[in-house]
Design a protein around this ligand. Structure first.
Ligand code: G3I
Length: 415
């Protein structure tokens, strides 16, 4: 049997189905405010057994005693089941799915083809993948009239044959654009036609297969204004909602996300992202979630309580959040102290996601230090992921497992 087959997730709609029933109901359900949850309740513990709710009204002493007894034994069954899952867990994906989230990683087509250990680790540990570069505008569009789906299709085929969900990344961005597109200034109508055709073709190509799309990526500047991009200059601010509407037309079942960096916690950018997304929601633009990238380092990381508050305000307007690109760069040597500080940051971030009702996916930007974008942009930083260059699990891997299994992590967090 292929690695990962045994605990394969339901292929389509499992993110939504975890919380919201059949996938066809996703949009409708997400427009309904999410149910209020108890603040510190880790996902999964009580969700696993059909336990009755705690008594909410005064009942007779006898009935109360019976209910308490039932609740205690039910909780014990659920906890025992949970402990069993964790003691027998040989990968992150099974406890993650029991806790109601997908655990994922960005992947590259080349090592997937050429490195068996890369493919084995991916299929064993994760339930979701994001093509790191293969679905971006540039790689997909070598020329205006030619689409090259080779690498993206290879990742999609791998994912489907190993029971992994796919997050599509990304339809509209200002980076990794092809030369033919950036070489000239386009008349507004023509640029609109190019973008519409791109979104319709790409989302249509993967219709029914990509569970969530990062429709627009990194469109908001640090000061909260819209970033100066080819799309803003050529089309104007409406390009954002146009993109969401075209993506929705091309695949009405796909969940559509806005994805951004350094807006995970609190501050001007996080507030600007929230305000702009809230405006889209209020105007009926088909958007279902927000991606919090979470590119962190040992010295640059948001307060977990701030991330939690941010997630909650998106929940209040009916949106999911996904952690979409987490890594934690280490500057200098990967000493034992640095690795353990890194592990704590991973554990805290996953702890927040598990505690937030609307956080449904926790995706890393790669999984092995052998293939990480960090050393390409900073010669002195690296070791940002949860497996080392030889695919051995690092302390950060154990920290994620601990958070999933409720060991120590959740209770020690301050929110
Ligand atoms: O594929 C070409 C190869 O043919 C060529 O020889 C080589 C020479 O430089 O470049 C290769 O392309 C590179 C590509 O990664 C694949 O390795 C590009 O130059 C390089 O710019 C590109 O970097 C990617 C970056 O996005 C682009 O901005 C990173 O791999 C990718 O991890 C990174 O991902 C982004 C997310 O999409 C959005 N959020 C931030 C995140 C990190 O920057």
């Amino acid at each position: 049997m292929s690695p990962g087959k045994a605990d394969a997730p339901r292929r389509r709609g499992s993110i939504a189905a975890e919380a919201a029933g059949p996938r066809v109901e996703v949009r409708k359900v997400l427009k309904i405010p999410l149910p209020k949850r108890r603040e510190f309740q880790p996902k999964g513990i009580t969700e696993m057994a059909a336990c009755p709710p705690a008594p909410l009204v005064r009942v007779s002493r006898l009935v109360a005693l019976i209910l308490v007894g039932l609740a205690v034994s039910c909780a014990r069954v659920a906890t025992d089941e949970f402990i069993q899952i964790c003691t027998s867990a040989s990968s992150l994906r099974s406890p993650a799915q029991k806790r109601g989230i997908q655990i994922g990683a960005a992947v590259a087509a080349e090592p997937l083809r050429s490195e068996p250990r890369y493919a084995e680790t991916l299929a064993r540990e994760f339930s979701m993948v994001t093509p790191e570069n293969a679905m971006k505008f540039g790689p997909l569009r070598p020329s205006r009239d030619r689409y090259d789906f080779g690498d993206a299709d290879a990742i999609m085929d791998f994912a489907e044959s190993h029971g992994l969900l796919v997050r599509g990344h990304t339809l509209v961005w200002n980076s990794q654009l092809p030369g033919w597109l950036t070489a000239k200034e386009w008349p507004r109508d023509e640029l609109i036609a190019i973008l519409r055709e791109h979104i319709t073709t790409v989302v249509g190509h993967y219709r029914g297969r990509v569970v969530a799309w990062d429709v627009v990526n990194e469109a908001i500047a640090d000061d909260g204004s819209l970033d100066d991009t080819i799309w803003l200059r050529g089309i104007g601010p409406t390009y954002i909602e146009m993109a969401f509407r075209w993506a929705h037309e091309a695949d009405p079942q796909a969940m559509l996300f806005y994805n951004d960096v350094e807006g995970e916690g609190q501050g001007r950018k996080a507030d600007a992202i929230y305000a702009r997304i809230q405006d889209l929601v209020q105007r009926g633009v088909p958007i279902h979630g927000v991606g919090l990238q979470m590119h962190l380092s040992l010295t640059k990381r948001p307060e977990p309580s701030h991330v939690m508050a941010n997630m909650k305000r998106f929940a209040a307007i009916g949106l999911q959040v996904h952690i979409t690109e987490m890594d934690v760069a280490i500057k200098g040597a990967a000493t034992a102290g640095n690795l353990s500080a890194q592990a704590r940051i991973y554990r805290d971030a996953l702890g927040v996601c598990l505690s937030a009702e609307n956080c449904k996916a926790f995706v890393l930007w790669g999984f092995s230090d052998r293939h990480s974008w960090i050393p390409h942009v900073s010669a002195t930083s690296g070791s940002a992921l949860i497996f080392d260059e030889a695919y051995r699990p690092k302390p950060a891997y154990n920290a994620l497992m601990d958070a999933l299994c409720g060991r120590e992590a959740i209770r020690s967090l301050p929110w």
